[in-house]
Design a protein around this ligand. Structure first.
Ligand code: ADP
Ligand code: LRH
Length: 473
């Protein structure tokens, strides 16, 4: 068979990367051709995406791909969920997109509750409460910068925004739109009635495009600048977690997944949305996946805490890497420190080490002082949270979970994988690391007719990687 080459651009919080894939009909090989840091910037009191810089890096990656001189069949873009850019009728970006860790949504739920209860919103959207959801961000725009919203002609989620400036085509891709809390969960269409009730503009919403279609071809300008020909940009699971779950080799209903990176996304795949009193009580979400599958999951604040600890220590002259932090945490004598990862104080603290120490002191545990102790408090908190949420999942779905498939960059942390197995008492199957890029590529290969469907895609993932098994000890 002829070899098929595709490009996946994945904008994660720990880094952005462009990955070139080679498909030979049986397996997919990945080659990372460009990696760059993704640094949001605080200006005044606002916390922004550095969109121009990231678009620059995207083009740098495309230039590197062009230099390879191979025939590229498609490009797919994914980013984290919920964030968006607003553009005017000329296609100009009205402001640098604001990052979801910005504090403008801090009390927005109270404003919204006066008009519609969370329960009502949940029944329509099936989406968990997180103050960072697009719905709350957009409401904050209405409250704090209505002038920008008035000028807006289109709301484009971050992958849509990259796609627009690559192709000139405006769409809202379904999986990323599903994170907004603005879609009706069952019909997969905009929740217009709810949005109108909240006085949010609906004319800025675009046509929804499902993963697995062609968005458009690279514009002439982009072709000239990058040296690539008129390659199609494809709609993929443009929410990074949708792509990660797509490439998770789940073996049936008794498997749960943890997509482990900046966040831990823990859940199961479901054919239908699950929206009932229990899912509401436990704040589980119904996000969209490939082939109309539902990602029934929960967001758990994840390795963001370890990223921020590493940054803090490095800024203070202690040059520790992820591997060393993980080993130090595994080796501590006092392993009793534990935090609640979902505590508000860990969402965007100025100093993560102090936030962890303060939490432990406030909760009568004393003060973790060494690197290993502080990190261990985080790992213990994560593993305890995984155990509790798996048990919620079992109750809500009636499934018995035997295996946890862990995927994403976080599985390079062997202590985290083993600790997860030990504390949950479940077998952990770790792999793939680059699940998001693989899922992005799978959607493209399905669209190109090279792979029949997601089940075949997951078989191909299994052929392409080695999974590591962690048994509870
Ligand atoms: P995202 O897509 O959210 O940017 P990734 O899936 O790339 O995140 O995962 C990044 C995380 O993986 C880091 O925050 C770090 O905790 C973990 N990690 C990466 N490399 C290693 C390593 N060598 N050892 C242990 N952990 C690692
Ligand atoms: C993970 C992720 C997660 C979202 C969060 C904002 O990268 O996309 O699924 O909820 O970022």
């Amino acid at each position: 068979m002829t070899l098929i080459y595709n490009l996946a651009a994945d904008f994660g919080a720990s880094s952005g990367r462009l990955i070139l894939s080679k498909f030979d009909g049986d397996k997919i090989e990945l080659e990372e051709i460009h990696r760059f840091s993704n640094d949001p910037v605080r200006i005044g009191s606002r916390f922004y995406w550095d969109f121009p810089r990231l678009f620059h890096e995207l083009k740098n990656g495309l230039k590197k791909a062009a230099l390879k001189g191979i025939d590229i069949s498609g490009i797919g873009i994914d980013t984290w969920g919920v964030d968006y850019g607003l553009i005017d009728k000329n296609g100009d970006l009205l402001s640098n997109p604001i990052h979801y860790r910005d504090n403008r949504t801090d009390n927005i739920i109270d404003d919204i509750e006066k008009i519609m209860s969370f329960e009502e919103i949940y029944k329509v959207t099936g989406i968990q409460y997180l103050q960072l959801n697009t719905l709350y961000q957009l409401y904050a725009d209405l409250k704090f910068r209505p002038d920008i919203l008035e000028k807006a002609d289109a709301l484009l989620f971050m992958p849509d925004l990259f796609n627009f400036y690559l192709t000139g085509q405006k769409y809202n891709e379904y999986t990323i739109a599903s994170t907004s809390q603005m879609l009706e969960v069952f019909s997969k269409t905009w929740a217009l009635e709810m949005l109108e009730k909240l006085s949010l503009p609906t004319k800025i919403l675009q046509k929804i495009i499902m993963p697995g279609n062609i968005i458009g071809k690279l514009t002439k300008d982009i072709q000239e600048e990058t040296g690539l020909p008129d390659v199609p940009v494809m709609s993929v699971g443009s929410h990074d977690t949708a792509s990660a779950v797509a490439a998770t080799p789940l073996e049936g209903e008794n498997c749960a997944y943890i997509s482990s990176g900046t966040w831990s996304l823990l859940g199961v795949e479901s054919k239908e949305p699950i929206v009932n009193e229990d899912s509401l009580k436990d704040n589980f979400t119904n996000e969209g996946g490939l082939e109309g599958r539902i990602r029934f999951l929960k967001n758990i604040n994840g390795l963001w805490m370890i990223q921020q600890l590493k940054k803090h220590w490095q800024e203070h002259g202690i040059d520790v890497g992820y591997g060393e932090i993980s080993k130090a945490a595994a080796a501590v004598k006092n392993d009793g420190f534990i935090i609640d990862p979902n505590d508000k104080s860990f969402l965007a603290p100025l100093n993560m080490a102090t936030a962890v120490q303060q939490y432990c002191i406030n909760n009568g545990q004393g003060e973790p002082r060494e690197i290993g102790e502080i990190a261990r408090a985080v790992y213990n908190g994560l593993a305890r949270e995984y155990k509790a949420r798996i048990s919620n999942l079992e109750e809500i779905t009636g499934r018995k979970i035997n295996v946890i498939n862990m995927v994403g960059g976080g599985i390079q942390d062997e202590f985290l994988c083993q600790h997860t197995a030990n504390i949950t008492g479940k077998t952990v199957l770790a792999g793939p690391i680059e699940a998001t890029a693989l899922g992005n590529i799978l959607a493209q290969l399905i669209a190109l007719g090279e792979i029949n469907d997601l089940s075949q895609g997951r078989e191909i993932v299994k052929n392409s990687i080695t999974q590591k098994k962690y048994t509870p000890q």
